[in-house]
Design a binder for this molecule. Structure first.
Ligand SMILES: [Zn+2]
Ligand SMILES: [Zn+2]
Length: 460
């Protein structure tokens, strides 16, 4: 329908009205046809602030954040961005961990007097939290009007870092300052409890949300409780909890149980959860990846192949692996298997040097030496190892001792996790990698995630 209207706009000449073209950009972006949106954008003779903002937001919501930042730089050459533009760019920065770029926008917003407009204060807060700077986030938080969204952003920050105690303290402060918690508050709080193994507290919060705050738990809250029980090893309780739910469980609920079964190596219950998910005909790639990982770790390669086939049949593909690292205020992107980067030889040589050192101290061949071909393709598809290139790039291009921050769009495989742990030890560098699931802070050969979710923490 949108395309038909586009054609009609073209035939009637209304396409020359910039407001029509801007709306087309919005439509194509939201229908996930960002290339069509780009076509429309490039065809506009007198692009205004809204045209640029629409395309930047379009790129952002289609996960093309790196390009969104490039468009923003181009835009600034001829036009003054407004607060909506800045919110869109900040969201792109937050997604790929572009802290310097985010700070630049913060300075720009203060200079132009829009730093307190609309959603911008919370977008800045979110950017600092997601780029891993809780200190800066607190400054931003203290400096602004605090609404429930702002509290929730900070809570989510602690949840992602697995800092349950901090989250609980923050929640207490929130209640003291008479801010009413909402549904999202409890999702963050339950998630924080789960990551910190605070089962008793978590269950208590789950009970209190309805009792004390009149919030009816939704599927997300139930999934948090399954995660809470499951990750703590109480798998039967988690299963029983699912069976007693007053609403029908969705794939996220079974996914939480499957994830817990993976951590605690409960093959039978895990298979039950996997079957439930596959029965639901979900379109979400993440669950298939989870199921493949589960079967792969149980060594059930035939099942891996069946699920892969199902994914192909349903037209589901995994995004190509990509990592971003910010060096001297500029973001650099690395795709899996990128052989065209100008420094690729140097980067590979740096990594080879580490593999050599790792072998010499008795680590198993670190560079994807899978026991069989399916495992190789699994690591390649679900991790892509792109963070290794980003880390190597950071090492070459920054002064010794400088911390390195990497963001990636897929999960981090065990081999990459071990390799970066090793690098942090030999080079005494702090390296942070934010993958789709959590923050990993590597220091002196260990990671703050405590190797949770990786089978057999040592690679020796
Ligand atoms: Zn990897
Ligand atoms: Zn880790």
């Amino acid at each position: 329908m949108g395309m038909k209207l586009h054609e009609l706009a073209y035939r009637t000449g209304f396409i020359s009205y910039v407001i029509v073209a801007n709306t087309l950009i919005d439509m194509y972006s939201k229908c996930k046809c960002v290339d069509k949106a780009l076509e429309v954008f490039h065809g506009i003779p007198g692009k205004n602030v809204i045209s640029w903002t629409s395309i930047i937001l379009g790129l952002r919501i289609n996960n093309r954040c790196f390009e969104a930042l490039i468009f923003f730089r181009q835009m600034k050459l001829s036009l003054k961005p407004n607060s909506v533009t800045l919110v869109s760019v900040l969201s792109a920065c937050a997604r790929i961990g572009a802290l310097m770029c985010g700070k630049e926008i913060h300075a720009h917003a203060l200079r132009t007097g829009v730093a307190f407009d609309g959603y911008l204060p919370n977008a800045l807060l979110d950017m600092y939290v997601r780029c891993g700077r809780m200190g800066s986030a607190w400054n931003q938080f203290n400096y602004n009007k605090k609404d429930v969204a702002a509290w929730n952003i900070l809570l989510t920050g602690y949840a992602q870092r697995g800092q349950g105690r901090h989250a609980v303290e923050l929640f207490d402060r929130m209640v003291e300052s008479h801010e009413d918690p909402d549904e999202i508050t409890f999702i963050s709080l339950l998630c924080a409890c789960s990551r910190s193994g605070m089962v008793g507290e978590g269950l208590e919060y789950f009970r209190s949300m309805k009792l004390n705050y009149s919030i009816t738990p939704n599927l997300k809250h139930y999934a948090c409780v399954v995660d809470l029980l499951g990750c703590a090893g109480q798998l039967d309780d988690a299963h029983e909890f699912i069976q007693k739910m007053p609403i029908n469980p969705d794939p996220a609920i079974w996914g939480a149980l499957l994830n817990a079964c993976m951590i605690h190596k409960q093959v039978e219950l895990g298979e039950l959860a996997a079957h439930q998910i596959l029965k639901m005909d979900t379109e979400s790639v993440g669950y298939y990846v989870l199921i493949c990982n589960f079967y792969a770790q149980c060594g059930k390669w035939e099942e891996v192949a069946i699920v892969r086939k199902m994914m192909r049949k349903r037209g589901l593909t995994v995004d190509p692996g990509c990592s971003w690292v910010e060096v001297k205020g500029k973001v650099h992107a690395f795709l899996s298997g990128d052989n065209f980067h100008p420094q690729i030889k140097e980067l590979n040589a740096v990594m080879e040097g580490f593999y050599e050192k790792m072998r010499s101290v008795g680590f198993r061949e670190p560079d994807s030496s899978p026991t069989n071909e399916i495992e190789a393709s699994k690591a390649e598809i679900f991790c892509g190892h792109s963070e290794r290139l980003a880390v190597a790039f950071g090492l070459i291009n920054t002064a010794p001792g400088m911390p390195i921050w990497v963001t990636k769009n897929l999960y981090m495989c065990q081999s990459c996790h071990n390799t970066i742990k090793f690098i942090s030890k030999v080079l005494r560098r702090e390296i942070s990698v934010r993958d789709t699931e959590k923050f990993h802070h590597f220091k002196d050969g260990s990671c703050t995630c405590g190797d949770e979710g990786y089978w057999g923490s040592s690679n020796k």
